[in-house]
Design a binder for this molecule. Sequence first.
Ligand code: AMP
Ligand code: MG
Length: 342
Amino acid sequence: MKKFLCIALSAVLCITALCACSLSDNKPAEVGFEAMDTFMSLKIYGQNRDSVLKNVQGSIVSLDKLLSTTDKNSDIYKLNNAGAVPVEVDKTTVDIVERSLDLCDDVSGALDITVYPVVCEWGFIDKDYKIPDQNRIEQLLQFVDYSKVSVSDGKISLLTNMQIDLGAVAKGYAADRGIEICRNEDITSALLNLGGTVAAIGAKPDGSDWKVGVADPENSADYFGYLSCKDKVIATSGGYERYFIGSDGKTYIHIIDPKTGSPVDNNINSVTIVSEVGIKSDALSTALFVMGVDGAEKYRRENSGFDYVILTKDNEVYVTSGIYDSFTLADNFKNIKVNIVD
Ligand code: AMP
Ligand code: MG
């Protein structure tokens, strides 16, 4: 009898311990911090969540140090100031540059990591905004050509006067690194919000989908809709994120068309991409913004592995069929026109 009581008591203790463990697993480890010129927040559930949180944050901070265009110790700064001399860089820098070059190619140059000198000329880096004269833009466009970047034996070389910037893809790449760290530690529920690029890892602890808001351009603290998803990276590029109004009264946004050297001036307000790969979502959000509504639709017909939500300036929404059922408009946007893109 005593033995039976002992076994029963141990069983109860075990179950209590398991319950306590799964209850405490439902509490996330959380952190908010600034990196890559934006505010980020991470929420990780499950065992080892505290150490995984530290590793993911550490990995983002290290990437930021490697890829910053302004930090004199970064790989990208060294590369941008080396003229045409090959520069030995970290293998992570080689990896992100190689993958970015492939993506620039995939979108026929709508994304171009060598557009940086033009971005600077318009004042989007030092915030001393100005409309450059056309001759200056044409001069700078001579050095905008991602196909001239070469990578070999751990070294990267540019042409003289050429400079690169990975700002359009870095958060997506950081999201992929975060996902990899979480997977290696068997984390099945986490939300990594890297400011405009969100990795929804697994499902919420109760098994339901994550709901990721798509920012309302008029009020970026609010949402015009949200996506229900699991294991996806959602990246948004918005003209509203950084822009200035010129002396001519026109609005100039921070997304540049590498063909013209001028800020994109089309009917798009924001592009949100959903895919399983962060760098792809981030690259395509910028590239499809440059392509415009029709260009994006054409690209989507010819390529797979992603979906999008495009919000136009006249408040129409274009949603691809793959995520139509998982996209919900916010209450005060219910009467805007939604077009399905097959
Ligand atoms: P995102 O917010 O991901 O769309 O990235 C926009 C940032 O990438 C801008 O602030 C610029 O620094 C840079 N950028 C702008 N236009 C382009 C382009 N067409 N290709 C690559 N990078 C760009
Ligand atoms: Mg992007």
